[in-house]
Design a protein around this ligand. Structure first.
Ligand SMILES: Cc1cc2nc3c(=O)[nH]c(=O)nc-3n(C[C@H](O)[C@H](O)[C@H](O)COP(=O)(O)OP(=O)(O)OC[C@H]3O[C@@H](n4cnc5c(N)ncnc54)[C@H](O)[C@@H]3O)c2cc1C
Length: 349
């Protein structure tokens, strides 16, 4: 693309004779699942990743991510419902599980426009939901979680927890099994149009290799701004954020209260106040629960600070919500995932 957004034409020659139907740039969960899907549909697919596969410098690593159909943005529900049918198919093909069903509990001040939007989305997509006030939350969860008297909570089905690193690994294994070529340590620096009316692109890498593709899918997360700038000179308004995910100790006698166990277990949750706090019961670290703050500090994805993140607001939230059953003194040290936000998840205000 040039500065006007048009894709630049090129006269570069390829170092490889293969023409791929699809070249996918970026081997996080988006790129790896794309490569699986295109390869499975018979497209000759190449997946290029700048770092080692399953590295810890992007967004798609770690042990848990919440999935749920009930979002304030109503375009998510049909996508999530469709993906809920697709996860088990991929799991059956690979032979292990990466997604575990759970319910979702959203909460916040009763007048919150976000909660209202969430209910509208449930109504629009016929998703069953239960609207609860403080006493109803108390009855339903028997003190495991509580909300202030001027708050409301919405309890929905169709959610779950995905194990991200395992999911990326699964998609890469399945992409490869379906004939895709996977290359890591291959940074893409240019994407040039072949022109001539038939489309097609030449993808150039930092080590001088050139790959020819009929189509190209770019899934580079927090590096999107950098790649678009290097390819086209255009500066797009995406600001990567660096954040950290924390785990907190459940006190003795209450460990069984916060277990992920499908519809019977404790739900995944989000609290739409300022700041937005969310979490999941943790099966990766028994006796701990993941509770963390949405958002983070502005960063350059190639010059990270890996700095400490304030947990004061999360401590307060834990103290008030979990009836003293979770230790709010501080998160478990040494168990902290540093991740990047690349603009793929909504920033709720
Ligand atoms: C703390 C945190 C919590 C989250 N929680 C949830 C949640 O609960 N539920 C949910 O649905 N989502 C959640 N998300 C969002 C979700 O994790 C992301 O939307 C998802 O992982 C994005 O995947 P991706 O493949 O787009 O990006 P990434 O995983 O960052 O992958 C991009 C890849 O592109 C590669 N790349 C970049 N530039 C180049 C280049 N020039 N050449 C080749 N390769 C390149 C990178 O190295 C990287 O591997 C969360 C995100 C964060 C940070």
């Amino acid at each position: 693309m040039d500065n006007s957004g048009a894709v630049r034409e090129t006269t570069t020659t390829t170092t490889e004779t293969t023409t791929y139907d699809v070249i996918v740039i970026g081997g996080g969960v988006m790129g790896s699942s794309t490569a699986y899907q295109t390869a499975q549909h018979g497209a000759k697919t190449l997946l290029l990743e700048q770092f080692d596969f399953l590295h810890h410098r992007g967004s798609s690593h770690g042990e848990s991510r919440t999935t749920r159909a009930a979002y304030p943005e109503d375009y998510y529900a049909p996508l999530v419902l469709e993906s809920n049918a697709l996860w088990p198919r991929a799991e059956a093909e690979v032979g292990y599980k990466v997604r575990y069903p759970a319910r979702q509990l959203d909460m916040g001040p009763s007048e919150s426009t976000i909660l209202r939007a969430l209910i509208s989305s449930c109504v629009k997509h016929s998703l069953a939901y239960r609207l609860m006030d403080g006493p109803k939350v108390q009855d339903e969860f028997l003190g495991r979680i509580q909300i202030p008297s001027n708050w409301a909570a919405i309890y929905t089905d169709h959610g779950g927890v995905v194990k991200p690193t395992k999911a990326v690994s699964m998609f890469q294994a399945l992409a490869s099994r379906n004939g895709a070529i996977l290359r890591d340590n291959t940074e893409v620096t240019e994407v040039n149009s072949l022109g001539g009316g038939n489309g097609g692109v030449l993808v150039v890498t930092a080590n001088g290799e050139v790959f020819c593709g009929k189509k190209c899918v770019v899934t580079v997360g927090a590096w999107t701004k950098k790649l678009v700038k290097s390819v086209s000179g255009v500066e797009i308004p995406i600001q990567p954020l660096e954040t950290a995910v924390h785990y907190w100790r459940i006190k003795e006698g209450y460990k069984g209260d916060y277990v992920l166990a499908g519809d019977e277990g404790f739900p995944t949750f989000a609290s739409f106040d300022d700041p937005l706090i969310y979490g999941t019961p943790s099966f990766e670290f028994p006796g701990l629960i993941k509770v963390t703050m949405h958002g983070g500090q502005k960063c350059d994805p190639d010059a990270r600070t890996w700095g400490p993140v304030s947990v004061a607001a999360v401590r307060e939230w834990i103290e008030a919500r979990f009836s003293g059953r979770v230790d709010s003194m501080g998160p478990v040290t040494g168990l902290r995932w540093h991740l990047l936000w690349g603009g793929c998840w909504p920033i709720w205000r």
